[in-house]
Ligand binder design. Structure first.
Ligand code: SF4
Length: 230
């Protein structure tokens, strides 16, 4: 290998992101078809699902959220970061006291997601009844959200299978981890991702990578981004 040459190139990174986008397009199409069957349209609600503590498990989705974050003005990024820090602190305090809290995702402004095209899988699939097949287990059937139950008739179930999307995302994630040398999984909320990235260190799990400790996703970004610049 020549000096400065690197097996991770910008095209590798872009390919990962492009594949994630393709998975998202397929998800959105399947979701819209199912939602269309019920005549379900989400226009925000009192129990906004953006207050749910969703955990996200893939570094590639973390990376894409950070890509989205970088499209915001520096002022907006700071505002989002401040909101994320408040959420992370309040959640930690509530957990310490054994209390349940529902706090708005720091990316939700006036009932709208400001990074809607970048939102992760769980945000995309939430709301309508679905099924999921895990190897060696019975098919799991999940309900729609409260607003769905108010608006629609869940008895007229329209098959909406999450399984292929979970599988494709897991396969992509596996390749990303392999390409970057990562060994562990992540489990982070959107607020934790934003704070983690802003600080360059982990509210999520840390892992040793090439002799240095990083938050997992930040290590991935460092790995890929540094190589992109070469
Ligand atoms: S990322 Fe967007 S859609 Fe997902 S919880 Fe946050 S505001 Fe809502």
């Amino acid at each position: 290998m020549k000096s400065g040459e690197n097996k991770y190139s910008r095209s590798v990174y872009i390919d990962f992101i492009d594949r994630l986008k393709q998975i998202y397009v397929a998800m959105d199409q399947a979701y819209n078809t199912a939602a269309g069957h019920y005549g379900f349209a989400c226009a925000g609600c009192r129990d906004n699902c953006c207050r749910t503590r969703f955990y996200h498990h893939t570094v590639i989705e973390y990376t894409y959220i950070i890509e989205g974050l970088k499209t915001l003005t520096p002022l907006k990024q700071n505002e989002v970061k401040s909101r994320a820090m408040i959420v992370v602190d309040k959640v930690a305090g509530a957990d310490d006291n054994g209390e349940a809290v529902r706090l708005m995702c720091p990316l939700n402004f006036d009932e709208l997601c400001i990074l809607y095209p970048y939102r992760p899988m769980i945000c995309r699939l939430h709301g309508i009844p679905h099924e999921l097949k895990k190897p060696g287990q019975k098919t799991f059937f999940g309900p729609g959200c409260e607003t769905f139950d108010q608006q629609c008739d869940p008895k007229s179930y329209f098959k909406f299978e999450r399984t292929p999307f979970y599988r494709e995302l897991a396969m992509l994630e596996s390749e990303v981890l392999q390409a970057t040398g990562f060994e562990s999984k992540i489990k982070m909320t959107i607020a934790e991702m934003i704070v983690s990235h802003a600080n360059g260190m982990g509210h999520g799990a840390t892992s040793k990578f090439k002799g240095r400790f990083f938050c997992n996703p930040c290590a991935l970004l460092n790995t890929l981004m540094l190589k992109i610049k070469t």
